[in-house]
Ligand binder design. Structure first.
Ligand SMILES: NC(=O)c1ccc[n+]([C@@H]2O[C@H](COP(=O)([O-])OP(=O)(O)OC[C@H]3O[C@@H](n4cnc5c(N)ncnc54)[C@H](OP(=O)(O)O)[C@@H]3O)[C@@H](O)[C@H]2O)c1
Length: 295
């Protein structure tokens, strides 16, 4: 454990922060707490240092290719490679009910396209048998989609990057042209977020097929957790949110590859569109509105 190097994106607060804390507590040798903002990142490191933990800060804006390249270069020079990569950085739609083109582009850039940049520059420095965990959502299960053609295309065994990109671009074009068909989705609340996380979970399967060298790539719904993203609404406290990611990073069998996990550490069949484990907007918004009233 002490010789492992881990990187967690978007970890100055929220779920990423508690993942860093958990990996440090579990004795991972070097844990990188990364943040787009240096001050927020260094402040988070300082708080963990007061707890006797020793994460290392590095700047990372996931949508900035140069920032990703700088981190990759640093990791290569300092350690030769890394063992654990947790793609956690993410944003939700600015408006939970309505979908605008500008916001959809932003959500897709942060939650999906950034992962392609990270794959380009950080995957080459993954050590043999490394573990990658893409933090998805219940909004990222295929049951969020009801369009039969996209279900068929995204769940096929030999899924390719071009299929996932076609899905994302189809969505963005539909928003731009005002041709979104509500019947293509189980619900339309948080729509761009759903599409970004479905694409991320699908990409996980593509990445697993491409990566080789014993490396595993899995996606995880971390649970409905009280963070800034949910306006502090949720079923789980932030303190519990590091357990499932740490399990996948450190304890799960290395043979688990290209799968979709739930916060209770169980695997859910991502390709089963009948599972109905999609994000339930009425429950989400009810808790968010209650939380907002209380604060
Ligand atoms: N909370 C939940 O119930 C829930 C449920 C399902 C999935 N998730 C997923 O879990 C992950 C963490 O969410 P959270 O609830 O912890 O949210 P959060 O509290 O809002 O934290 C999000 C983190 O991502 C960072 N970030 C945002 N855009 C970034 C960018 N362009 N480059 C680098 N970092 C960026 C934020 O940095 P700043 O502080 O600089 O903004 C922050 O550190 C997300 O992927 C989210 O979709 C959360």
């Amino acid at each position: 454990m002490a010789d492992k190097i881990a990187v967690v994106t978007g970890s100055n607060k929220g779920i990423g922060y508690v993942i860093v804390r958990e990996l440090c507590r579990r004795g991972v040798g070097v844990v990188y707490l990364t943040a787009r903002d240096e001050n927020r990142g260094n402040e988070a490191v300082a708080i963990l240092k007061k707890e006797g933990l020793n994460p290392v800060f590095h700047q990372l804006e996931v949508t900035d290719k140069d920032s990703v390249k700088r981190l990759a270069k640093h990791l290569k020079e300092k350690h030769g490679g890394i063992d654990i990569l947790i793609n956690n950085a993410g944003v939700i739609t600015a408006n939970f009910r309505e979908t605008t083109y500008e916001d959809s582009v932003h959500v897709l850039n942060v939650n999906y396209f950034s992962i392609l940049t990270i794959q380009e520059y950080i995957f080459p420095i993954l050590r043999d048998n490394a573990r990658v965990i893409n933090i998805s959502s219940d909004a990222g299960h295929i049951s969020n989609i009801t369009n039969p053609e996209w279900i068929k295309r995204l769940t096929k065994k030999d899924l390719k990057l071009e299929d996932v990109n076609a899905f994302v671009n189809w969505f963005l074009e539909s928003v731009k042209n005002g041709t979104i068909n509500e019947n293509d989705f189980v619900e339309t609340g948080l729509l761009a977020y759903r599409v970004s996380k479905v694409a991320l979970s699908a990409l996980t399967r593509v990445q697993q097929n491409q990566v080789g060298r014993g490396i595993s790539v899995n996606s995880l719904h971390p649970g409905f957790i009280k963070t800034d993203m949910t306006k502090n609404a949720g079923f789980l406290n932030l303190d519990e949110a590091g357990n499932a990611p740490a399990y996948l990073a450190l304890d799960a069998d290395q043979s688990l590859k290209g799968k979709y996990f739930w916060f209770d550490k169980s695997e859910k069949e991502w390709t089963d569109s009948q599972l109905k484990i999609h994000c339930k907007f009425d429950i989400f918004i009810k808790h968010v509105e209650e939380s907002c009233k209380q604060s």
